[in-house]
Design a protein around this ligand. Structure first.
Ligand SMILES: C[S@@+](CC[C@H](N)C(=O)[O-])C[C@H]1O[C@@H](n2cnc3c(N)ncnc32)[C@H](O)[C@@H]1O
Length: 254
């Protein structure tokens, strides 16, 4: 009870987070599509589709050498991460992101969920190598953890000129990023609110502004059936890959 009260106070102090807080309350009255039965179903579905990240990109006709992130950038990130005083969320599939952005020459990218910033680092490193691109990242810090000042810590200063970090929940943050870009995007990486309802809000918005040929990449698709249902409804090429103990889904818009 006290915990819930403290969370409420945390949100109360941040007016730009109120829309998200309201949605969390509304969700309590909606069908829960994140229960164990859906998780089991989604994990089985993802397992059946899973291939290596390089094969996944080939399947989506993204051709070229897939060599992933270089070890120096990763080691530099690990050094920077050691300065964080709090533990944050685990990384997305950095090799997949690096090669996708590099091979597609992506100009505008949106990502949701930053934490340490491994996915941001992968995207920005690829953009720096291409000499092209801007990344718009959206991140609401974990309530009551006090991680605000460590969000994106693995991104070195030299890569920040291509980076806009919007420190707000998806609900508001995504609309802000889309308005700032003022046009379509080449790629998006979804790694924030992984609930079914969270994806049901964000995916259609991202899909609408995604260019033909662009990719929507989503982390942790085993959490619920949203990604499986989404690809079925779109009938577009998709692939699934396994990264550590989780599954990443990729869909290409034609
Ligand atoms: C798994 S971590 C992201 C990891 C990151 N992509 C990486 O590769 O290092 C998830 C992040 O999303 C943030 N987050 C969770 N729910 C959110 C929401 N509704 N809107 C924006 N950010 C959210 C968390 O606070 C956390 O920083």
């Amino acid at each position: 009870m006290i915990k819930k009260f403290l969370t409420l106070c945390w949100f109360f102090q941040r007016p730009t987070f109120w829309r998200h807080a309201l949605q969390l309350i509304i969700r309590k009255f909606l069908t829960n599509y994140d229960s164990l039965q859906y998780r089991i179903k989604a994990t089985k579905w993802a397992e059946e589709q899973a291939i290596s990240y390089a094969d996944a990109l080939e399947k989506l006709e993204i051709n070229g050498i897939k060599d992933g992130m270089d070890i120096n950038s990763i080691e530099e990130g690990i050094k920077l991460a050691s300065k964080s005083k709090v533990d944050m969320g685990g990384p997305g599939d950095i090799n997949l992101l690096f090669d996708a952005v590099r091979l597609l020459n992506s100009k505008y990218v949106i990502e949701t969920g930053v934490a340490y910033g491994w996915s941001s680092l992968a995207i920005l490193t690829a953009m720096s190598r291409n000499g092209l691109g801007k990344l718009f990242s959206i991140d609401m810090p974990y309530p009551k953890v006090g991680n605000e000042s460590f969000v994106g810590i693995v991104v070195p200063d030299r890569l920040k000129k291509r980076w806009t970090l919007i420190r707000e929940p998806d609900r508001r943050g995504l609309e802000k990023a889309i308005n700032l870009i003022g046009g379509s995007i080449d790629l998006c990486h979804y790694d924030s609110d992984k609930s079914w309802w969270g994806r049901a809000y964000a995916f259609p918005l991202l899909w609408k502004v995604l260019k033909p040929g662009g990719l929507l990449i989503s982390d942790d698709i085993q959490d619920n059936m949203y990604f499986a249902e989404f690809v079925k409804s779109k009938s577009m090429p998709f692939a699934v890959t396994k990264s550590d103990d989780k599954f990443v889904g990729i869909i290409r818009k034609l």
